[in-house]
Design a protein around this ligand. Structure first.
Ligand code: FAD
Ligand code: UQ1
Length: 415
Protein backbone atom coordinates (compact mmCIF):
# COMPACT_ATOMS: atom_id res chain seq x y z
CA UNK A 1 0.00 0.00 0.00
CA UNK A 2 1.47 3.38 -0.87
CA UNK A 3 -0.94 5.96 0.58
CA UNK A 4 -2.07 6.00 4.18
CA UNK A 5 -4.57 8.26 5.86
CA UNK A 6 -2.03 8.69 8.70
CA UNK A 7 1.68 7.93 8.87
CA UNK A 8 3.47 8.05 12.21
CA UNK A 9 7.29 8.23 12.06
CA UNK A 10 8.91 6.60 15.11
CA UNK A 11 7.75 3.77 17.37
CA UNK A 12 8.87 5.11 20.73
CA UNK A 13 6.35 5.86 23.44
CA UNK A 14 5.04 8.84 21.49
CA UNK A 15 4.56 6.97 18.20
CA UNK A 16 2.92 3.92 19.78
CA UNK A 17 0.53 6.03 21.84
CA UNK A 18 -0.57 8.07 18.80
CA UNK A 19 -0.89 5.15 16.40
CA UNK A 20 -2.98 3.27 18.99
CA UNK A 21 -5.32 6.21 19.37
CA UNK A 22 -5.72 6.77 15.63
CA UNK A 23 -6.22 3.17 14.56
CA UNK A 24 -9.27 3.28 16.84
CA UNK A 25 -10.50 6.47 15.14
CA UNK A 26 -9.59 5.66 11.52
CA UNK A 27 -9.87 1.89 11.37
CA UNK A 28 -7.56 -0.90 10.25
CA UNK A 29 -5.09 -0.46 7.35
CA UNK A 30 -5.38 3.33 7.40
CA UNK A 31 -2.49 3.94 9.80
CA UNK A 32 1.19 3.06 9.32
CA UNK A 33 4.16 3.40 11.62
CA UNK A 34 7.68 3.76 10.21
CA UNK A 35 10.20 2.32 12.71
CA UNK A 36 13.46 0.55 11.85
CA UNK A 37 14.34 -1.03 15.18
CA UNK A 38 13.40 -4.44 16.52
CA UNK A 39 13.17 -3.26 20.14
CA UNK A 40 11.24 -0.69 22.12
CA UNK A 41 13.12 0.74 25.09
CA UNK A 42 11.45 1.87 28.33
CA UNK A 43 14.12 4.47 29.09
CA UNK A 44 12.71 5.74 32.42
CA UNK A 45 13.71 2.31 33.75
CA UNK A 46 17.39 2.91 33.09
CA UNK A 47 17.83 5.01 36.24
CA UNK A 48 16.51 2.09 38.30
CA UNK A 49 18.74 -0.35 36.43
CA UNK A 50 21.76 1.93 37.02
CA UNK A 51 21.00 1.92 40.74
CA UNK A 52 20.76 -1.88 40.80
CA UNK A 53 17.05 -1.78 41.68
CA UNK A 54 15.85 -3.58 38.52
CA UNK A 55 17.23 -5.72 35.71
CA UNK A 56 17.70 -3.68 32.49
CA UNK A 57 16.33 -6.52 30.34
CA UNK A 58 12.91 -5.97 31.91
CA UNK A 59 12.80 -2.55 30.21
CA UNK A 60 13.12 -3.77 26.62
CA UNK A 61 10.28 -5.33 24.62
CA UNK A 62 10.04 -6.42 20.97
CA UNK A 63 8.25 -3.92 18.74
CA UNK A 64 6.35 -6.82 17.16
CA UNK A 65 4.44 -7.21 20.45
CA UNK A 66 3.77 -3.47 20.85
CA UNK A 67 2.76 -2.12 17.45
CA UNK A 68 -1.04 -2.07 17.68
CA UNK A 69 -2.95 -4.56 15.59
CA UNK A 70 -4.44 -2.91 12.53
CA UNK A 71 -1.43 -0.61 12.19
CA UNK A 72 0.97 -1.47 9.33
CA UNK A 73 4.56 -1.63 10.54
CA UNK A 74 6.94 -0.31 7.89
CA UNK A 75 10.23 -1.64 9.19
CA UNK A 76 12.59 0.96 7.70
CA UNK A 77 14.06 4.34 8.40
CA UNK A 78 12.45 7.49 7.01
CA UNK A 79 15.26 9.18 5.07
CA UNK A 80 13.84 12.05 3.03
CA UNK A 81 10.77 14.13 3.88
CA UNK A 82 8.87 15.97 1.14
CA UNK A 83 5.96 17.62 2.95
CA UNK A 84 5.00 19.66 -0.13
CA UNK A 85 3.99 16.40 -1.84
CA UNK A 86 3.01 14.47 1.36
CA UNK A 87 5.71 11.94 0.70
CA UNK A 88 8.51 10.17 2.57
CA UNK A 89 11.37 8.21 1.02
CA UNK A 90 12.62 5.27 3.07
CA UNK A 91 16.22 4.10 3.42
CA UNK A 92 15.33 1.12 1.16
CA UNK A 93 14.35 3.55 -1.62
CA UNK A 94 10.58 3.00 -1.36
CA UNK A 95 8.16 5.89 -1.00
CA UNK A 96 5.26 6.21 1.42
CA UNK A 97 2.50 8.80 0.95
CA UNK A 98 0.14 10.15 3.55
CA UNK A 99 -2.80 12.48 4.09
CA UNK A 100 -1.68 13.31 7.63
CA UNK A 101 1.73 12.91 9.27
CA UNK A 102 2.82 12.70 12.92
CA UNK A 103 6.52 13.09 13.69
CA UNK A 104 7.70 11.09 16.74
CA UNK A 105 11.36 10.28 16.09
CA UNK A 106 12.83 11.17 19.49
CA UNK A 107 16.29 12.57 20.11
CA UNK A 108 19.68 10.98 19.39
CA UNK A 109 22.13 10.25 22.19
CA UNK A 110 25.50 11.36 20.91
CA UNK A 111 28.24 9.16 22.37
CA UNK A 112 30.62 10.88 19.92
CA UNK A 113 29.84 14.27 21.46
CA UNK A 114 32.54 14.09 24.16
CA UNK A 115 36.14 13.58 23.10
CA UNK A 116 37.44 10.23 24.32
CA UNK A 117 34.12 9.02 25.74
CA UNK A 118 33.78 5.88 23.62
CA UNK A 119 37.43 4.86 24.12
CA UNK A 120 37.12 5.49 27.86
CA UNK A 121 33.95 3.38 28.12
CA UNK A 122 35.63 0.58 26.16
CA UNK A 123 38.86 0.59 28.19
CA UNK A 124 38.03 1.78 31.69
CA UNK A 125 35.24 -0.06 33.50
CA UNK A 126 34.83 2.94 35.86
CA UNK A 127 33.64 5.20 33.01
CA UNK A 128 29.97 4.40 32.50
CA UNK A 129 26.70 5.72 31.10
CA UNK A 130 23.15 4.51 31.60
CA UNK A 131 22.14 6.09 28.28
CA UNK A 132 21.77 2.93 26.19
CA UNK A 133 20.43 -0.58 26.65
CA UNK A 134 23.92 -1.95 25.95
CA UNK A 135 25.76 0.20 28.50
CA UNK A 136 23.28 0.61 31.36
CA UNK A 137 24.18 -2.83 32.77
CA UNK A 138 27.75 -1.66 33.46
CA UNK A 139 26.71 1.19 35.75
CA UNK A 140 25.78 -0.64 38.95
CA UNK A 141 28.88 -2.88 38.96
CA UNK A 142 31.01 0.27 38.69
CA UNK A 143 29.14 1.80 41.63
CA UNK A 144 29.78 -1.41 43.59
CA UNK A 145 33.51 -1.33 42.75
CA UNK A 146 33.92 2.24 44.03
CA UNK A 147 36.07 2.25 47.15
CA UNK A 148 36.94 5.97 47.40
CA UNK A 149 38.23 8.94 45.38
CA UNK A 150 36.13 11.21 43.19
CA UNK A 151 32.80 9.93 41.90
CA UNK A 152 31.75 12.37 39.17
CA UNK A 153 28.34 12.68 37.50
CA UNK A 154 27.91 14.95 34.48
CA UNK A 155 25.09 16.87 32.78
CA UNK A 156 25.74 18.02 29.16
CA UNK A 157 24.55 21.11 27.32
CA UNK A 158 20.78 21.23 26.82
CA UNK A 159 18.51 20.04 25.32
CA UNK A 160 18.42 16.57 26.86
CA UNK A 161 15.56 14.23 27.68
CA UNK A 162 14.58 13.88 31.34
CA UNK A 163 16.92 16.57 32.73
CA UNK A 164 16.61 15.08 36.24
CA UNK A 165 18.03 11.68 35.30
CA UNK A 166 21.77 12.54 35.49
CA UNK A 167 21.35 13.47 39.16
CA UNK A 168 18.98 10.60 40.05
CA UNK A 169 21.74 8.08 39.32
CA UNK A 170 24.12 10.15 41.45
CA UNK A 171 21.81 10.12 44.48
CA UNK A 172 21.39 6.35 44.20
CA UNK A 173 25.16 5.86 43.97
CA UNK A 174 25.80 8.21 46.90
CA UNK A 175 23.21 6.36 48.98
CA UNK A 176 24.85 3.05 48.02
CA UNK A 177 28.28 4.36 49.10
CA UNK A 178 26.82 5.37 52.51
CA UNK A 179 25.10 2.03 53.01
CA UNK A 180 28.35 0.24 52.19
CA UNK A 181 30.67 2.31 54.36
CA UNK A 182 32.72 4.00 51.61
CA UNK A 183 31.07 7.43 51.51
CA UNK A 184 33.75 9.03 53.71
CA UNK A 185 36.52 7.70 51.47
CA UNK A 186 35.98 10.29 48.75
CA UNK A 187 33.89 13.03 47.17
CA UNK A 188 30.78 13.00 45.02
CA UNK A 189 30.65 15.68 42.31
CA UNK A 190 27.76 16.87 40.15
CA UNK A 191 29.13 18.78 37.16
CA UNK A 192 26.37 20.51 35.22
CA UNK A 193 26.37 23.03 32.37
CA UNK A 194 23.29 24.85 33.69
CA UNK A 195 23.46 27.56 36.39
CA UNK A 196 21.43 25.61 39.00
CA UNK A 197 20.81 22.06 40.20
CA UNK A 198 17.39 22.05 38.42
CA UNK A 199 15.52 24.45 36.18
CA UNK A 200 12.39 24.94 38.34
CA UNK A 201 12.76 27.05 41.50
CA UNK A 202 10.56 25.03 43.86
CA UNK A 203 12.35 21.75 43.11
CA UNK A 204 15.79 23.37 42.84
CA UNK A 205 15.38 24.57 46.43
CA UNK A 206 14.30 21.11 47.60
CA UNK A 207 17.23 19.49 45.76
CA UNK A 208 19.73 21.99 47.18
CA UNK A 209 18.70 20.79 50.65
CA UNK A 210 19.49 17.24 49.55
CA UNK A 211 22.83 18.30 48.02
CA UNK A 212 23.83 20.08 51.26
CA UNK A 213 22.68 17.32 53.58
CA UNK A 214 24.52 14.68 51.55
CA UNK A 215 27.67 16.83 51.11
CA UNK A 216 27.64 16.62 47.34
CA UNK A 217 29.97 19.02 45.53
CA UNK A 218 27.95 20.97 42.97
CA UNK A 219 29.82 22.52 40.02
CA UNK A 220 27.48 24.62 37.88
CA UNK A 221 28.36 26.04 34.42
CA UNK A 222 30.85 23.19 34.14
CA UNK A 223 30.98 21.34 30.83
CA UNK A 224 32.63 17.94 30.30
CA UNK A 225 34.69 18.19 27.10
CA UNK A 226 37.14 15.30 27.24
CA UNK A 227 37.97 12.08 29.06
CA UNK A 228 41.59 11.10 29.47
CA UNK A 229 41.12 7.54 30.72
CA UNK A 230 44.83 6.75 30.65
CA UNK A 231 45.36 9.30 33.43
CA UNK A 232 41.90 8.71 34.94
CA UNK A 233 40.99 12.37 34.50
CA UNK A 234 37.96 14.25 33.19
CA UNK A 235 38.50 17.59 31.47
CA UNK A 236 35.97 20.38 31.97
CA UNK A 237 35.40 23.81 30.49
CA UNK A 238 34.05 26.62 32.70
CA UNK A 239 31.17 28.18 30.80
CA UNK A 240 31.35 31.48 32.72
CA UNK A 241 35.06 31.85 31.94
CA UNK A 242 35.41 31.03 28.23
CA UNK A 243 38.67 29.31 27.42
CA UNK A 244 39.30 28.10 30.99
CA UNK A 245 39.56 24.36 31.49
CA UNK A 246 40.42 22.19 34.45
CA UNK A 247 40.97 18.49 35.17
CA UNK A 248 39.46 16.32 37.87
CA UNK A 249 40.73 12.87 38.80
CA UNK A 250 37.98 10.26 38.86
CA UNK A 251 37.60 6.79 40.26
CA UNK A 252 34.01 6.65 38.98
CA UNK A 253 32.69 8.76 36.09
CA UNK A 254 29.06 8.61 34.99
CA UNK A 255 28.49 10.52 31.75
CA UNK A 256 25.23 11.84 30.35
CA UNK A 257 26.24 12.35 26.69
CA UNK A 258 24.98 15.33 24.70
CA UNK A 259 21.88 14.76 22.57
CA UNK A 260 20.81 16.04 19.18
CA UNK A 261 18.17 15.53 16.47
CA UNK A 262 18.65 12.65 14.02
CA UNK A 263 20.24 13.82 10.75
CA UNK A 264 17.24 12.77 8.62
CA UNK A 265 15.02 15.06 10.68
CA UNK A 266 17.50 17.92 10.96
CA UNK A 267 17.97 17.91 7.17
CA UNK A 268 14.22 17.94 6.47
CA UNK A 269 12.02 20.98 5.79
CA UNK A 270 10.04 20.17 8.96
CA UNK A 271 12.42 21.69 11.51
CA UNK A 272 13.37 25.07 12.95
CA UNK A 273 16.96 26.36 13.03
CA UNK A 274 17.78 24.13 16.02
CA UNK A 275 16.82 20.96 14.11
CA UNK A 276 13.65 20.09 16.03
CA UNK A 277 10.18 19.73 14.47
CA UNK A 278 8.68 23.21 14.37
CA UNK A 279 5.30 23.22 16.12
CA UNK A 280 2.76 25.62 17.54
CA UNK A 281 3.49 25.11 21.22
CA UNK A 282 -0.18 25.01 22.22
CA UNK A 283 -1.86 23.03 19.42
CA UNK A 284 1.09 20.73 18.38
CA UNK A 285 0.28 21.46 14.72
CA UNK A 286 3.23 22.16 12.42
CA UNK A 287 3.83 25.88 11.86
CA UNK A 288 4.12 25.57 8.09
CA UNK A 289 2.41 22.29 7.07
CA UNK A 290 -1.11 22.05 8.58
CA UNK A 291 -1.44 18.30 7.92
CA UNK A 292 1.68 17.60 10.01
CA UNK A 293 1.79 17.28 13.80
CA UNK A 294 4.60 16.30 16.15
CA UNK A 295 4.98 14.84 19.61
CA UNK A 296 7.70 14.03 22.11
CA UNK A 297 11.45 14.45 22.14
CA UNK A 298 11.81 15.30 18.41
CA UNK A 299 9.82 18.54 18.74
CA UNK A 300 10.77 22.12 19.60
CA UNK A 301 8.10 22.38 22.32
CA UNK A 302 9.83 24.43 25.05
CA UNK A 303 9.21 21.96 27.87
CA UNK A 304 11.34 19.21 29.46
CA UNK A 305 11.41 16.18 27.19
CA UNK A 306 9.77 13.33 29.15
CA UNK A 307 7.32 10.46 28.72
CA UNK A 308 5.06 12.32 31.15
CA UNK A 309 5.01 15.30 28.77
CA UNK A 310 4.25 12.94 25.88
CA UNK A 311 1.25 11.52 27.77
CA UNK A 312 -0.20 15.01 28.18
CA UNK A 313 0.69 15.96 24.58
CA UNK A 314 -0.97 12.80 23.24
CA UNK A 315 -4.47 13.78 24.32
CA UNK A 316 -4.04 17.32 22.91
CA UNK A 317 -2.74 15.94 19.60
CA UNK A 318 -5.52 13.34 19.38
CA UNK A 319 -8.19 16.03 19.83
CA UNK A 320 -6.70 18.54 17.40
CA UNK A 321 -5.64 16.15 14.63
CA UNK A 322 -8.89 14.20 15.11
CA UNK A 323 -10.79 17.46 14.59
CA UNK A 324 -8.74 18.39 11.52
CA UNK A 325 -9.47 15.04 9.88
CA UNK A 326 -13.20 15.58 10.50
CA UNK A 327 -13.05 19.13 9.12
CA UNK A 328 -13.46 20.69 12.56
CA UNK A 329 -11.35 23.15 14.61
CA UNK A 330 -7.72 21.91 14.91
CA UNK A 331 -6.93 24.34 17.75
CA UNK A 332 -9.58 23.19 20.20
CA UNK A 333 -7.19 21.68 22.76
CA UNK A 334 -4.22 23.62 24.12
CA UNK A 335 -1.11 22.09 25.72
CA UNK A 336 0.10 23.87 28.86
CA UNK A 337 3.59 22.34 28.72
CA UNK A 338 2.88 19.79 31.49
CA UNK A 339 5.92 17.65 32.22
CA UNK A 340 7.08 15.60 35.17
CA UNK A 341 10.29 14.28 36.58
CA UNK A 342 10.34 11.79 39.45
CA UNK A 343 13.58 12.92 41.12
CA UNK A 344 14.86 9.83 42.88
CA UNK A 345 17.04 11.08 45.77
CA UNK A 346 17.94 7.68 47.26
CA UNK A 347 16.67 4.12 47.71
CA UNK A 348 13.03 4.63 48.71
CA UNK A 349 13.03 8.42 48.30
CA UNK A 350 11.66 10.60 45.48
CA UNK A 351 10.62 14.21 44.92
CA UNK A 352 7.93 14.19 42.23
CA UNK A 353 8.43 17.37 40.18
CA UNK A 354 5.53 18.36 37.90
CA UNK A 355 5.38 21.72 36.12
CA UNK A 356 4.24 23.63 33.02
CA UNK A 357 5.77 25.87 30.33
CA UNK A 358 6.25 28.68 32.85
CA UNK A 359 8.00 26.48 35.42
CA UNK A 360 4.89 26.72 37.61
CA UNK A 361 4.33 23.55 39.69
CA UNK A 362 1.29 21.54 38.51
CA UNK A 363 1.18 18.83 41.16
CA UNK A 364 -1.22 15.89 40.84
CA UNK A 365 -1.42 14.96 44.50
CA UNK A 366 -2.89 17.10 47.28
CA UNK A 367 0.37 16.99 49.28
CA UNK A 368 3.58 19.00 48.95
CA UNK A 369 5.55 17.11 46.29
CA UNK A 370 8.68 19.17 47.04
CA UNK A 371 9.40 16.70 49.89
CA UNK A 372 11.27 13.41 49.57
CA UNK A 373 8.67 10.65 49.81
CA UNK A 374 8.60 6.86 49.80
CA UNK A 375 5.17 6.80 48.11
CA UNK A 376 6.60 8.72 45.14
CA UNK A 377 9.53 6.28 44.89
CA UNK A 378 7.05 3.42 44.55
CA UNK A 379 5.01 5.45 42.07
CA UNK A 380 8.16 5.78 39.95
CA UNK A 381 9.61 2.29 40.36
CA UNK A 382 6.54 0.05 40.61
CA UNK A 383 3.52 1.90 39.24
CA UNK A 384 5.02 3.80 36.26
CA UNK A 385 6.21 0.71 34.34
CA UNK A 386 2.72 -0.83 34.69
CA UNK A 387 1.06 2.40 33.60
CA UNK A 388 3.46 2.66 30.66
CA UNK A 389 2.97 -0.88 29.29
CA UNK A 390 -0.73 -1.29 29.98
CA UNK A 391 -2.10 2.18 29.23
CA UNK A 392 0.44 4.64 27.79
CA UNK A 393 1.73 2.73 24.74
CA UNK A 394 -1.83 1.61 24.02
CA UNK A 395 -3.08 5.20 23.89
CA UNK A 396 -5.17 5.03 27.04
CA UNK A 397 -3.07 7.41 29.19
CA UNK A 398 -3.26 11.12 28.43
CA UNK A 399 -1.48 12.36 31.55
CA UNK A 400 -2.75 13.06 35.06
CA UNK A 401 -4.52 16.37 34.25
CA UNK A 402 -8.05 15.24 35.08
CA UNK A 403 -6.94 13.45 38.26
CA UNK A 404 -5.08 16.59 39.36
CA UNK A 405 -8.28 18.60 39.07
CA UNK A 406 -10.24 16.06 41.13
CA UNK A 407 -7.58 15.42 43.78
CA UNK A 408 -6.77 19.08 44.30
CA UNK A 409 -10.29 19.79 45.50
CA UNK A 410 -8.85 18.44 48.75
CA UNK A 411 -5.60 20.39 48.75
CA UNK A 412 -6.56 23.16 51.17
CA UNK A 413 -3.56 24.89 52.65
CA UNK A 414 -1.04 23.30 50.31
CA UNK A 415 1.68 25.70 49.18
P1 FAD B 1 12.04 7.64 21.56
O1 FAD B 1 11.64 6.79 22.69
O2 FAD B 1 13.47 8.00 21.44
O3 FAD B 1 11.55 6.92 20.24
C1 FAD B 1 11.83 7.42 18.96
C2 FAD B 1 11.74 6.30 17.95
O4 FAD B 1 11.88 6.85 16.64
C3 FAD B 1 12.84 5.27 18.11
O5 FAD B 1 12.27 3.99 18.25
C4 FAD B 1 13.67 5.40 16.83
O6 FAD B 1 14.16 4.16 16.37
C5 FAD B 1 12.67 5.99 15.86
N1 FAD B 1 13.29 6.78 14.80
C6 FAD B 1 14.28 7.69 14.87
N2 FAD B 1 14.59 8.18 13.67
C7 FAD B 1 13.76 7.58 12.79
C8 FAD B 1 13.58 7.68 11.39
N3 FAD B 1 14.33 8.49 10.63
N4 FAD B 1 12.64 6.90 10.80
C9 FAD B 1 11.85 6.09 11.55
N5 FAD B 1 11.98 5.95 12.89
C10 FAD B 1 12.92 6.71 13.49
N6 FAD B 1 10.46 10.38 31.19
C11 FAD B 1 9.53 10.42 32.19
O7 FAD B 1 8.40 10.83 31.94
N7 FAD B 1 9.81 10.01 33.46
C12 FAD B 1 11.04 9.55 33.80
O8 FAD B 1 11.27 9.19 34.94
C13 FAD B 1 12.05 9.49 32.78
N8 FAD B 1 13.29 9.02 33.05
C14 FAD B 1 14.22 8.89 32.05
C15 FAD B 1 15.47 8.37 32.34
C16 FAD B 1 16.42 8.21 31.35
C17 FAD B 1 17.77 7.64 31.70
C18 FAD B 1 16.11 8.58 30.00
C19 FAD B 1 17.11 8.38 28.89
C20 FAD B 1 14.86 9.12 29.71
C21 FAD B 1 13.91 9.29 30.72
N9 FAD B 1 12.65 9.83 30.45
C22 FAD B 1 11.70 9.91 31.46
C23 FAD B 1 12.34 10.42 29.12
C24 FAD B 1 11.55 9.50 28.22
O9 FAD B 1 12.12 8.21 28.21
C25 FAD B 1 11.51 10.07 26.81
O10 FAD B 1 11.09 11.41 26.85
C26 FAD B 1 10.58 9.27 25.91
O11 FAD B 1 10.86 7.91 25.95
C27 FAD B 1 10.68 9.79 24.47
O12 FAD B 1 9.82 9.09 23.63
P2 FAD B 1 9.78 9.40 22.06
O13 FAD B 1 8.76 8.47 21.52
O14 FAD B 1 9.64 10.86 21.82
O15 FAD B 1 11.25 9.03 21.56
C1 UQ1 C 1 3.80 9.87 33.42
O1 UQ1 C 1 2.69 10.01 32.90
C2 UQ1 C 1 4.81 9.09 32.76
O2 UQ1 C 1 4.58 8.53 31.54
C3 UQ1 C 1 3.75 7.48 31.38
C4 UQ1 C 1 6.07 8.93 33.35
O3 UQ1 C 1 7.04 8.22 32.68
C5 UQ1 C 1 7.24 6.93 32.97
C6 UQ1 C 1 6.36 9.53 34.62
O4 UQ1 C 1 7.49 9.38 35.11
C7 UQ1 C 1 5.34 10.31 35.29
C8 UQ1 C 1 5.66 10.90 36.63
C9 UQ1 C 1 4.09 10.49 34.69
C10 UQ1 C 1 3.01 11.34 35.34
C11 UQ1 C 1 2.02 10.52 36.09
C12 UQ1 C 1 1.56 10.74 37.34
C13 UQ1 C 1 0.56 9.80 37.92
C14 UQ1 C 1 2.00 11.86 38.21
Amino acid sequence: KDNYKLVVVGGGGAGLNISSRFVRKLGKTNVAIIEPSEWHLYQPGWTLAAGGVKNPDSFRRPQSKLIPSGVDWIKAKASVFEPESNSITLDNGEKVKYDYLVMATGIRIDFDGVKGLKEAMANDEQVVSMYSHETVKNVFPAIQRYKGGNAIFTFPKVPIKCPGAPQKVMYLAEDYFRKNGVRDKGDVYYCTTIPAIFGVKKYAEALMEVVKKREIKLNTLTHLIEIDYKNKQAVFEKLDKPGTTFRLDYSLLHVCPPMKPFDEIKNSPLVDETGYVDLDKYTLQHKKYPNVFGIGDCTNLPTSKTAAAIAAESSILATNLGNLIKGKNPSEAKYDGYTSCPLITGYGKTILAEFDYDGKPLETFPINQGKERRTMFHLKSDFMPILYWTAFVRGYWGGPGIYRKILNIFSFGKN
